[in-house]
Design a protein around this ligand. Structure first.
Ligand code: NAD
Length: 309
């Protein structure tokens, strides 16, 4: 077996080191507040990782637990507190459109997860800066951003190509089209030049910028393709199906593909995938947390900039 298994710990190491050095050399202590208003074991685990990584890098992290019906008021309180630089919420809370509402209650200047409508809109429209002078980069949702960093690390991005086109020629399948991860990820990768097959329980959509990347931002088209059609074509397969029984059919994976799982559950059969894939990334959670902190430092600087203006 020649498959290289790449762990999130290793991928995130350089980001954690950079954060640690920045925070130490500038003698700053950005504060992140995390709201936990559910008992979801994945959310609890994510909160534990956040606390651990923050302690390591020098970020002040405070976990605030509350009843879900109090969450909106608690977020508003943190929005108004100048001592809080970043806010995140462990979703799902209500598991419906109320969660989307709560994402927009978090002040845009403190939204480390990049889930506010302004960031999401800018991402879908390939608008990369918040200001005309291009001094403030947009915050990108941290799990999709973490997955981009995973792909940069394992060499899916081609550094010879210009920034913004570095996935030109890559075919990528993403099995998950949630609003939090799968759909924004498909848009980001297509904006960077990939042809993306976005799979959900109901079907497959194609995200792309056209032949020769003639479009400035991605467009989406419906397809009648099936998983068995797109997997054999894909250089990269990314999966995030929230089920312990779901497995990506290994026999359909292209020999030498890059396979990445972001689900809490193991969507690939580890033994089988190692016989096929060139690179296998079994989990990405630690990279997500590193991106969360990176977004926090960015927002901390924008807040300084705004206060000085
Ligand atoms: P979700 O329930 O909102 O979305 C699940 C998606 O998977 C949907 O698009 C659904 O249509 C699709 N799906 C489900 N079954 C499918 C099937 N059999 N075939 C094809 N598509 C199918 O979930 P989510 O919020 O996107 O989270 C998904 C998983 O990712 C969870 O396990 C979650 O814990 C994990 N997650 C990980 C990170 C991280 O940083 N590692 C971050 C966020 C979420």
């Amino acid at each position: 077996m020649s498959c290289k298994v790449v762990l999130a710990q290793g991928i995130s190491a350089s980001y954690r080191e950079e954060l640690k050095n920045t925070i130490k050399s500038r003698n700053i202590r950005p504060k992140l507040v995390g709201f936990l208003a559910n008992e979801d074991p994945a959310a609890v685990k994510y909160a534990e990782w956040t606390a651990k990584t923050c302690a390591e890098t020098g970020v002040e992290f405070e976990l605030r637990k509350c009843a879900r019906n109090d969450l909106e008021d608690k977020i508003i309180e943190a929005n108004q507190d100048a001592g809080v630089n970043g806010i995140m919420v462990y979703y799902p809370v209500f598991g419906d459109r109320q969660d989307q509402y709560l994402q927009n209650v978090v002040d845009v200047s403190k939204d480390v997860e990049g889930l506010h409508h302004k960031y999401v809109y800018n991402m879908y429209h390939n608008i990369r800066f918040l200001d005309e002078a291009k001094t403030k980069k947009c915050i990108i949702p941290c799990t999709p951003l973490g997955l981009v960093k995973v792909m940069e690390y394992v060499g899916v991005y081609n550094g010879i190509l210009p920034y913004g086109n570095r996935l030109h020629g890559r075919v990528i399948t993403i099995i998950n089209r949630s609003e939090i991860v799968g759909r924004p990820l498909a848009a980001l990768l297509a904006n960077d030049g990939a042809k993306v097959y976005s799979v959900d329980i109901n079907g497959i959509q194609e995200f792309h910028r056209g032949v020769g990347l003639q479009l400035k931002k991605h467009e989406v088209s419906e397809t009648t393709l099936k998983v068995e059609d797109v997997l054999p074509l894909s250089d990269v397969v990314i999966t995030g199906v929230p089920s312990p029984t779901y497995k990506v059919p290994s026999h359909l994976i292209r020999d030498g593909a890059v396979c990445i799982n972001f689900s809490t559950f193991k969507n690939f059969n580890g033994d089988e995938i190692k016989k096929k894939a060139a690179i296998y990334v079994p989990a990405v959670g630690k990279v997500t947390v590193a991106m969360l902190e990176r977004n926090l430092v960015r927002l901390y600087d924008y807040q300084l900039q705004d206060r000085a203006a």
